[in-house]
Design a protein around this ligand. Structure first.
Ligand SMILES: Cc1cc2nc3c(=O)[nH]c(=O)nc-3n(C[C@H](O)[C@H](O)[C@H](O)COP(=O)(O)OP(=O)(O)OC[C@H]3O[C@@H](n4cnc5c(N)ncnc54)[C@H](O)[C@@H]3O)c2cc1C
Length: 481
């Protein structure tokens, strides 16, 4: 029986464990904090649960008047705000933590039921390297103070990342916070400064603004979400500003310090901004130190991420890596896929190397931004020859009925064949709407095939079919000319 040891029990680790156990391996998962990893305990699940409350607030706030809803008692629950609904953040956060722990528990149960041994503690590779029989040593420093040595035919490292900190902006867990600490708040921050306008910063800035905080978003770049589709980022920034967020572009935060019950953030140009709380969202650092990786011959890049190939192999025989610690694509779904691929490879099952061009991702702001396949940047820099059509949602009948004004559907297709190679949806629940475009990209469907499938009338997905129809017309015009 092949012995597999997995260090790290997030999506990269536990999904791999399930697959390996199903394929008949003897599997041990070593995890420091609890199965589900940061994805379940501090990052993905908690943030999306918080955002679920924010989403209800925004939907109500932005449309109740237009949709003719009467609110009986319109005394604003938050002093000085024009809003008629408010949140009990303590209650919201208790629900967030309850759901996260319950999900971690469910994962532990299903992994254990599959026959996997779960050890609580810190794992690292043993100094001995590979033994004559090809096996490796993993040392486990148990949560109870014990030390155990395991032997494995293959080891998977899936240790994730932790929040990056600026030397002069150390979180204190009360007023200066990182994203894992916000769920301890009992009261809504009155004035929140979010430092960092990547996906994490934008999601939290949007969520807290919807919950009722006065938000300042400090972005070192020209616009929010520098890694996303530029048109989508523009829509979001405009929505943020319209709702009253102070978006500070080209502003690099250098320090954050607490002054009594307030926080002062100083920018590189010397400007000081004040708030009651500050959330630092300035990226992450891979959890790869102290794992004995270099000694075992595992190559890291300049950022400390583990270098892997498309079947998750590292440079050391018998050592695989998956998830955020590889920096390949920081998503739970990609971590899980890398972990499964590693196990298929080790255990001799049919294996398809990782294909990043079909990954669907979503920014959980309001509106959401969902993306799949080749991007506007790929097209503009010549990596992919494609034509695009962008249809604003305000022309969509369902959007009009629902009072949705912001957003669009964009499709990219190859000019000659009309094969759909990418798409972007900016809309409420874009995360659900992107799937039809994902199917098209994954299966090389043409714009004619996408346009030919029925959509419900009225529906937002009607805009996807309409964009495909317009690309078909464009294709005909191009071939006629
Ligand atoms: C705020 C936020 C929101 C996000 N939202 C989404 C989202 O909506 N959708 C999405 O797809 N992705 C989201 N992500 C990204 C997602 O959380 C990560 O891509 C995912 O967690 C990666 O999984 P992983 O298995 O690599 O690592 P993790 O989930 O980080 O798990 C790693 C585990 O390894 C453990 N560990 C570390 N070192 C050791 C050691 N030496 N020994 C034993 N155990 C160890 C850790 O304790 C942890 O339990 C979000 C990230 C953030 C920060």
């Amino acid at each position: 029986m092949t012995r597999i040891v997995i260090i790290g029990g997030g999506p990269g680790g536990y999904e791999a464990a399930l697959v390996a156990a199903q394929l008949g391996a003897e599997v041990t998962v070593v995890d420091r904090d609890g199965l589900g990893g940061s994805a379940v305990l501090t990052d993905c699940v908690p943030s999306k649960t918080l955002i679920a409350t924010a989403e209800v607030m925004t939907t109500f706030d932005s449309s109740y008047e237009e949709l003719g809803i009467i609110v009986a008692d319109d005394t604003p629950p938050i002093e000085g705000s024009a809003r008629v609904v408010g949140v009990d953040l303590g209650k919201v956060n208790r629900r967030v933590k309850r759901l996260a722990i319950a999900q971690s528990h469910d994962i532990t149960q299903s992994v254990t039921r599959a026959g996997v041994t779960v050890l609580r503690g810190k794992g690292r590779l043993g100094a001995g390297g590979q033994a004559a029989d090809g096996s490796r040593e993993v040392i486990v420093d148990g949560a109870d103070g014990s030390t155990e040595t395991l032997r494995a035919d293959a080891v998977l490292i899936a240790t994730g990342v932790h929040p990056r900190e600026l030397p002069d902006a150390q979180p204190d867990g009360e007023r200066i916070l990182n994203w894992t600490q916000v769920y301890e708040l009992e009261e809504l921050p009155r004035e929140l400064i979010v430092v960092g306008s990547g996906v994490t910063g934008a999601e939290f800035a949007g969520a807290y603004q919807a919950l009722g905080s006065k938000v300042t978003l400090v972005s070192s770049r020209d616009r929010v979400l520098p890694g996303e589709d530029p048109d989508a980022a523009e829509v979001l920034e405009e929505v943020f500003r319209r709702r009253g967020m102070n978006v500070m572009s080209r502003s690099r935060a250098e320090s954050a310090k607490r002054i009594g019950d307030r926080v002062e953030v100083t920018l590189a140009d010397g400007t000081a901004i004040e708030g009651t709380h500050c959330l630092m969202a300035v990226g992450s650092i891979p959890n790869t130190a102290g794992l004995g990786l270099e000694e075992a011959g595992v190559k890291l890049n300049d950022w400390g991420q583990i270098q892997v190939d498309r079947v998750s192999r590292t440079s050391a025989p018998g050592v695989y890596a998956a998830g955020d610690c590889t920096g390949v694509f920081m998503l739970a779904s990609v971590a899980a896929m890398q972990g499964r691929i590693a196990m298929y490879h080790v255990l001799g099952d049919a294996v398809q190397p990782l294909n990043l061009k079909t990954v669907a991702s979503n920014v959980f702001t309001d509106p959401e931004i969902a993306t799949v396949g080749y991007t506007a940047t790929d097209v503009s820099c010549g990596k992919m020859d494609a034509v695009e059509v962008k249809l604003p949602l305000r022309g969509n009948p369902r959007a009009k009925m629902q009072g949705i004004r912001d957003g669009f559907v964009k499709l990219f297709a190859r000019p000659g064949t009309g094969i759909v190679v990418g798409g972007v949806v900016v809309a409420p629940r874009a995360s659900e709407l992107i799937h039809s475009i994902s199917l098209a990209v994954d299966n090389n469907l043409t714009v004619e095939q996408v346009a030919g499938a029925f959509t419900v009338y009225p529906s937002l997905s009607g805009s996807t079919a309409e964009a495909a129809r317009q690309l078909h017309i464009r294709k005909r015009e191009d071939s006629d000319s």
